[in-house]
Design a protein around this ligand. Structure first.
Ligand code: CA
Length: 223
């Protein structure tokens, strides 16, 4: 896979490039945000450092998303949660906190490209707006959930949690990612809220197999 790596730190860039290359990817390294905007069409995935010398990584992402659905994994310094949340809102597919563990990087890249390769999630086609698992149907536009054809009434937050999982049906979503998306950067305070909302969701939906707990990581809808 052609990986565009936007990273101004030579040490980090060299280590990542080498690891990517060893695992069968074709990394191209750039140092500046402007280069991302010029070169993204020849890449299958972008690894984007947020601290670039010319343009802020988030600005690069915002500009990129205006023209491209290229899968993007953001690289961020620890303690930079606000940027991560903004990054996810601006359309990053995932993020990694530096120092990056290579095994994790490769696994995330694989997961992101798997999602991007699913026919309904390609850049050209809009994401599916109704997601099904067994007889549970989540209509993301109408914000309507039915189980066996009967509507289930959810609170705004319960729906937000379910929607965050349903948009990535079949994929494990980490607790941190769920909390970032649903509660924004207040997530540190709401770890237990997430559990409460999931318990409520499970009780209302009544299909325990549709909302799976991935121990020590997060949750998965369907698949
Ligand atoms: Ca940097």
């Amino acid at each position: 896979m052609r990986v565009l790596l936007a990273e101004d730190d030579d040490g980090v860039a060299d280590a990542l490039s080498e690891a990517l290359y060893e695992h069968g990817h074709l990394p191209t390294r750039v140092r500046r945000g402007e280069e991302v905007l010029v070169r993204h069409r020849r890449a299958d995935l972008l690894l984007l450092d947020l601290g670039l010398p010319d343009l802020d990584g988030l600005e690069v992402l915002r500009k990129l998303r205006a023209v491209s659905g290229l899968p993007v994994v953001v690289l961020t310094a620890r303690g930079d949660e606000r940027s991560v949340v903004r990054g996810l809102r601006l359309g990053a597919d995932d993020y990694l906190v530096k120092p990056v563990r290579l095994a994790e990087l490769l696994a995330r890249i694989e997961a992101v490209t798997r999602r991007a390769a699913a026919p309904a999630a390609t850049a050209a086609a809009p994401a599916p707006r109704t997601v099904r698992a067994e007889d549970v149907e989540v209509d993301l536009d109408a914000r309507r959930v039915t189980v066996g054809g009967a509507e289930v009434r959810l609170t705004t937050k319960e729906f937000a949690v379910l929607a965050a999982l349903a948009t990535r049906a079949g994929t494990a979503v980490s607790r941190q990612q769920l909390m970032d998306e649903v509660w924004g950067d207040a997530y540190l305070a709401v770890s237990r809220s997430l559990d409460v909302h999931l318990t409520q969701l499970r009780a209302k939906i009544g299909r325990p197999e549709v909302l799976t707990t991935i121990r020590g990581f997060g949750y998965r809808f369907g698949g």
